[in-house]
Design a protein around this ligand. Structure first.
Ligand SMILES: [Zn+2]
Length: 377
């Protein structure tokens, strides 16, 4: 068994989540929360000085709270909403109230990506406030037909899981779990589709819209150009490595997306690392993530992530040098029972690193009766 931590970022995925243990209460805008360092408090204060306030909203997922951000500007803007639950709505309302605002005051709601812990409440908030809803243009059809789209995601995941050695009974069980999580999401109509690279102008600032896929196909980060603060959602998280979940490409139908074999499979980790390299080059004063504390030194954190992924790829390379293995067998060797309870999550993690090895010619994929095994090349 490995000393590596299990892949744990788990933010907002619709599969593989376990209901969380009760979380310590830590909401509130300027409250750094338990375990926060003076540096964390300083980061939040810097953001607040730029009119950006963190609202830590509870989720039922293992990842814990999700960060929404209120931008006190005109229009009054909320970046992400939290999941679709009464508890999330209640705490959001309280956190807004502590800043002197009500849900009805929100004028613009920004959705950062397609995970339900981030956008589940958006439709309720939009209905109550009349706010415009802004998101990446390519994400809009997904959000509008959320139920149908997650069905397709599940079908895609099912095919991937069967091809990569997860037993059918586990696949069936995971589908049921995923269906039960769907209630924390909700379809929402995007009224302001945003093109990659464009500007979102507020009275006191300009937000640059930047597509940085990898953690999910729709990850969008927003650069406040006046303060050099990056609203990064799950693109970069301080306390956990953001997990590039293998996902159906936006807009792909299932047969299109049933590219479960190498060469055809979407390469989430490869995409993610390319996105991180672009973010690494940015001059930033602060990164505000979708979970946890602000990041003041994004370059060091990103370099740390590069090293983590290299180490993990090397380790997987050693495992398959001994004998050909399915991705699920590799996940079990690395994480034991977590590879069963979080089967899709761990499978995504392994496949991501196998992609790195395959692309470098360090691994080969063999097909036996529709199941892929990997060997060292
Ligand atoms: Zn996410």
């Amino acid at each position: 068994m490995s000393a590596d931590p299990a892949p744990s970022s788990g933010p907002g995925r619709t599969r593989g989540h376990e209901p969380a243990r009760p979380q310590a209460k830590s909401a509130g805008s300027a409250v750094p929360g338990p375990g926060a360092t003076p540096e964390d408090a300083q980061g939040l204060a810097l953001a607040a000085a730029a009119g950006i306030h963190r609202l830590a909203i509870p989720t039922p997922f293992q990842v814990g709270r999700v960060n929404a951000y209120l931008i006190e500007d005109s229009p009054l803007t909320l970046v992400d909403s939290g999941p679709n639950s009464a508890k999330a709505l209640d705490e959001l309302e309280q956190a807004l109230g502590a800043l002197g605002h009500a849900i009805e005051d929100i004028e613009l709601l920004i959705v950062t990506h397609q995970h339900i812990d981030h956008f589940g409440l958006a439709s309720i908030l939009a209905r109550r406030s009349g706010a415009e809803v802004a998101a990446l243009d390519r994400l809009a059809p997904y959000l509008a037909r959320f139920g149908e789209q997650t069905e397709l995601d599940d079908l895609f995941a099912e095919r991937i899981m069967l091809r990569h050695g997860i037993p059918p009974d586990i696949v069936t069980a995971l589908r049921a779990v995923s269906a039960s999580f769907r209630a924390w999401g909700s379809a929402v109509e995007v009224t302001r589709p945003l093109a990659d690279g464009t500007e979102l102008r507020l009275r006191d600032r300009t937000l640059r819209v930047i597509h940085r896929p990898g953690h999910s196909p729709s990850d969008t980060v927003f650069l406040d150009e006046s303060s050099s603060i990056l609203l990064a959602a799950d693109h970069l998280i301080k306390h956990i490595s953001s997990n590039p979940l293998l996902a159906r490409p936006l807009g792909a139908d299932v047969d299109d997306a049933d590219r479960s074999r190498s060469g055809e499979r979407p390469q989430a980790l490869v995409t993610y690392l390319a996105s991180l390299r672009l973010t690494r080059e940015m001059e930033l004063s602060l990164v505000l993530p979708g979970h946890g504390q602000p990041i003041s030194d994004h370059v060091s954190l990103i370099d740390e992530r590069f090293r983590l992924h290299e180490r993990r790829a090397a380790k997987i390379g050693r495992l398959i040098a001994a004998e050909p293995l399915t991705a699920h067998e590799i996940a079990q060797a690395l994480w034991g029972n977590v590879a069963v309870t979080q089967a899709y999550l761990t499978l995504s993690e392994v496949l991501g690193h196998l992609d790195l090895l395959l692309n470098d010619g360090r691994a080969a994929e063999l097909d036996t009766d529709g199941v892929s095994r990997f060997r060292a090349a």
